[in-house]
Design a protein around this ligand. Sequence first.
Ligand SMILES: Nc1nc2c(c(=O)[nH]1)N[C@H]1C(S)=C(S)[C@@H](COP(=O)(O)OP(=O)(O)OC[C@H]3O[C@@H](n4cnc5c(=O)[nH]c(N)nc54)[C@H](O)[C@@H]3O)O[C@H]1N2
Ligand SMILES: Nc1nc2c(c(=O)[nH]1)N[C@H]1C(S)=C(S)[C@@H](COP(=O)(O)OP(=O)(O)OC[C@H]3O[C@@H](n4cnc5c(=O)[nH]c(N)nc54)[C@H](O)[C@@H]3O)O[C@H]1N2
Ligand code: SF4
Ligand SMILES: [Mo]
Length: 744
Amino acid sequence: MPTPDTVRSHYRICPLCEACCGLEVRTEGRRVVGIRGLDADPFSAGYVCPKAYALKDLHDDPDRLRTPLIKRDGRRVPATWDEAFAEIDRRLPPLLAEHGRDAVALSVGNPAAHKMGLLLYFARLARALGTKNVFSASTLDQMPKQLQSGLMYGHWLSVALPDLPRTDLMLVIGANPMASNGSMWTVPDFRGKAKALRARGGRLVVIDPRRTETAEVADEHHFIRPGADVFLLAAMVRTLFDEDLVRLGRAADHVAGVDAVRDAVAGFTPERAAARCGIGADTIRRLARQLAAAPRACVYGRIGTCTQAYGTLASWLIDVLNVLTGRLDEPGGVMFAKAPAFAANTAGPPGRGRGVSTGRHRARVSGAPEVFGELPINALAEEIETAGPGQVRALITVASNPVLSAPNGARLARALDGLDFMVSLDIYLNETTRHADVVLPGLSPLEEGHYDIAFPQLSWRNQARYSAAVFEPPVGHLPDWQSLLKLTAIVRGRGAGADVQALDDELAADDVRRMAGDQADSVLQSVGRWTGPERLVDLALRSGPHGDRFGVVPDGLTLARLADTPGGIDLGELQPRLPEVLRTPSGRVELAPPLLLADLPRALADLDAPSPPMVIIGRRDVRSNNSWMHNLPTLAKGPQRCTLLVHPDDAARLGLADGALARIRRGDAHIEAPVALSTAMMPGVVSLPHGWGHDLPGVRLGLAAERPGANLNAVLDESQMDPLSGNAVLSGVAVEVMPAPPGG
Ligand SMILES: Nc1nc2c(c(=O)[nH]1)N[C@H]1C(S)=C(S)[C@@H](COP(=O)(O)OP(=O)(O)OC[C@H]3O[C@@H](n4cnc5c(=O)[nH]c(N)nc54)[C@H](O)[C@@H]3O)O[C@H]1N2
Ligand SMILES: Nc1nc2c(c(=O)[nH]1)N[C@H]1C(S)=C(S)[C@@H](COP(=O)(O)OP(=O)(O)OC[C@H]3O[C@@H](n4cnc5c(=O)[nH]c(N)nc54)[C@H](O)[C@@H]3O)O[C@H]1N2
Ligand code: SF4
Ligand SMILES: [Mo]
């Protein structure tokens, strides 16, 4: 039994999902002996979900990589760090010299958003490499939201967030925060906040093809045909105009394009929309009226409204509803966070800026436009397969598992085997990294300090929090950021032996000179106690809106101050920020961006299209996380989670029995999963979670392989995308479902 004086308590921000809960991690020696929510964290106030405890499993997981691997004779064998970088240096620079920068692609995955070293130093590698072929999980996820926000407010991360604690009516469309704990909205304890809403007489309304865990705690739920949100939303917008319910409120002076929106949605009558989306015309009108009438209200949409063919239009119309009902920038409506560091909407002159643009370059094969510096991850396989100038011949994956996370992983897997060279920075030998020539292992999250770079820009309440490493990293094991710097050095031609500390100093000094001009030396001196990501965080905090301005503002934020305040510093509830937050060229909220108006006719032409008889959607479970946490005992135990939810009427028609295996087929591809009958499904829609399918050869995920599950993405179609954002269609894809033939 550990005695109290040998047990130490540490503060750690949970890196596993966007809620970013503050944890208390108790350790004895090198062992974790307890993890719980930290009550003293003013942001998350003690909240945790079952995944927090899996941090211990992750730290202890024998399958988590402890040394680099190099491919020799078709197998990945342990190697020293020097051998691994020597191999990369032997193979990558000649490829760059012969074929140019675009021949090397980058793929960065979800955990990069949760590790400051990955995010900040991936940017350094990408800059040094200069390739157009940058791919990420963003085009499997939130790119539509970012594009729409960028076009309306002037920056990709100026996202209008629901002010749930002060609202009277919240409309949730295509999100299930009860399972996901929120996304593009950092909101620990959604359940508690939703409960408080209802306790004060407010209402929660959910629109989703499944009666989800969130719908279960709501006042009202409506099934919607997957992919048909644009029709519902456009008809609601039209209703606001038809019934003279448009009230811009305080934002009126700052909004451009109201008349253009009125004209653009004219064709979307509630009657026509009803047939397409499955929600009656009367209900569409009522929802619009209720939204307009509530004292305070907000509309929130998430992955269900993004991962579809009209993802950008749907995301946009959600904010159009918010703006037209006077909810933008109002308490209880949708508001902008003011992040203490790294936010473009607090930098430069307030109220006006360059805005965002897309298509500065295009994908070589499909011609898909660049969005926020990226190309659609759905295009990665064809960029590798298609010969010609600019062909992708090498790939560096950074915390990215697209063989499972992206549509048609089988094609991508074949393409990866055709690469001349592949490097993966990852913590597992998994479905993607098994294709790499060199795998560089990251650290356990408990072995690194953390500050959230992106999430304070998306937080339900303004905050600044830092957690120090719980454990010293094993001797000689490079953190992700140093591996990325090594790669940066190799790409810059400095060789495998380059001194990463010196390179880090050099790059930080370059940044500071750009930021501080002739004050650079004194600024650098004042952040001198930090190196690596911590130094960049200190620089960003101190020059940010709450910063100490390097000594000018005595009580201002510094990393040292945060490090001395476990639990972090509360910066208060969200405050109105119009027009200062805007970075559009006009200095206005652009309600009718031309790019979006030009896409509406595509939806209008599709308004009367028949629905396919059966479509598939995804789902999230609180004990699972994307593709990489199925090897952790705390989460792997319990009932099988990768089941196909089928409405009993569909099951009867298709001859499917509860618990029996179903085959799900699209074209030549098929998968099999056990059926779970559920009246929570909309008839004509089945649901399977993503991130499963751990039965591929060459993978080292012992526990996950015991119950591998089926890979939903194996039957999705990489040619289906939202043309504006390049986002993959992951929801509402037509499939055939039948009993699995005996013998498989
Ligand atoms: N059909 C369908 N597909 C989906 C979705 C869906 O809803 N439906 N959701 C999509 C969404 S929203 C997302 S975000 C993507 C996620 O897809 P990905 O971006 O591929 O992310 P993960 O599946 O989380 O895999 C993360 C990878 O990072 C590695 N990793 C974890 N921690 C670390 C670390 O600290 N350092 C390093 N170097 N590596 C680490 C893991 O081993 C794993 O290989 O999936 C998408 N795919
Ligand atoms: N436990 C757990 N938490 C997670 C993750 C996880 O894998 N597990 N992943 C994290 C990540 S990377 C992300 S991006 C977030 C995502 O966070 P959320 O967006 O909240 O994710 P989901 O739970 O998939 O909720 C999406 C909802 O959209 C519905 N839906 C599907 N298609 C449509 C449609 O066409 N229209 C409408 N209106 N609804 C539709 C689905 O039924 C589902 O209920 O979750 C994060 N948190
Ligand atoms: S909700 Fe769970 S996984 Fe997400 S940050 Fe909080 S404890 Fe971690
Ligand atoms: Mo995501």
